[in-house]
Design a protein around this ligand. Sequence first.
Ligand SMILES: Nc1nc2c(ncn2[C@@H]2O[C@H](COP(=O)(O)OP(=O)(O)OP(=O)(O)O)[C@@H](O)[C@H]2O)c(=O)[nH]1
Ligand SMILES: [Mg+2]
Length: 335
Amino acid sequence: MPANLTPDYMAAERRFREAVDPQEQLDALQQMLATIPKHKGTEKMQADLKRRIARMKEEMQRRPSTATQRPYWMLERAGAGQVSLVGPPNAGKSQLLASMSNAEPEVADYPFTTRVPLPGIVAFENVQVQVVDLPPVAPDLSPAWLPSLLHRTDAVALVFDLGDDDLLSRADEVIGYLDGAAIPRRIGRAMVVANKADTGGAVDRLSMLRDFLRTALPNEWRSTIRELGGEDEYPAPFVVSGRTGAGLDSLRRGFFDILGLIRVYTKAPGKKPDHDAPFVLKRGTTVIGAAAAVHKDFAQNLKYARIWGKDAYDGQMVQRDYVLSDSDIIEFHTG
Ligand SMILES: Nc1nc2c(ncn2[C@@H]2O[C@H](COP(=O)(O)OP(=O)(O)OP(=O)(O)O)[C@@H](O)[C@H]2O)c(=O)[nH]1
Ligand SMILES: [Mg+2]
């Protein structure tokens, strides 16, 4: 960045980063354009600002005004739960969302491309997870509203770039930033995505990243990350390429698993369950909890249930405190 930017410009840029809604952000961008010194050295920045202003206006026109006025950190929820993509600039967060959902985030080879949160729906089998593409995490350069958004999300997916020689410094910065914003303590669920597995040198960098993860992660995250990886000694990253699509099927499952949810299906005696309509419940839910979620009369009058699932033999009779597993089929018997 050229050194001759004026204090006015810097102030406008700060306003932009701290803006909590699109209108404030647009005003700040316009102020940045008005105060940027006009000479050859800033031509590219001027063009970039004009492009961002045009894009911003377009976006505001496309969205209904209530959505436009809502602060950035207040996203409308959809699907079974929300996973936020968090990582350094250029790690490929937007490309991942573009490859896995019908959202159309801007993907570009320069850092700080993404400026506002963009949710997309990622399908895993018969459930949907809301995955949110975010501006990058970089010390002093991330928007001021980012922690507020992350405090409200269900889980974070840390996205790192296996094509980047500075991978570990960036990872350290991201974890430091999140720690500083108390995200690990408040959001106990995290997973690691090692992206750009298709790049040269990715294998070596992946083993560096694994070593790093053994020691550098906040304790609050270790258990969930380990749980997902299914390995005892270190949290296993999801190794993927948003560009080639490698590993994305496992990642879809990972997005669902990190939410700590299970799907159960109900059936009437002698009938088949409807597999298109799962009840999505918290992991650890018991038969009586599921009955309450389905219908309060069921819970009140429940005598016993029968279960079909991987931890039970077909039609096994179970009591009210039986803990359900993902994909269990339940038949409630009331008296
Ligand atoms: N080789 C390779 N390149 C990728 C992959 N995913 C993304 N890229 C490239 O990396 C660059 C950055 O991608 P983005 O998706 O915009 O990265 P981002 O993390 O959203 O970046 P910011 O919005 O700045 O935080 C683009 O040039 C992408 O084409 C990948 O899996 N493999
Ligand atoms: Mg992006």
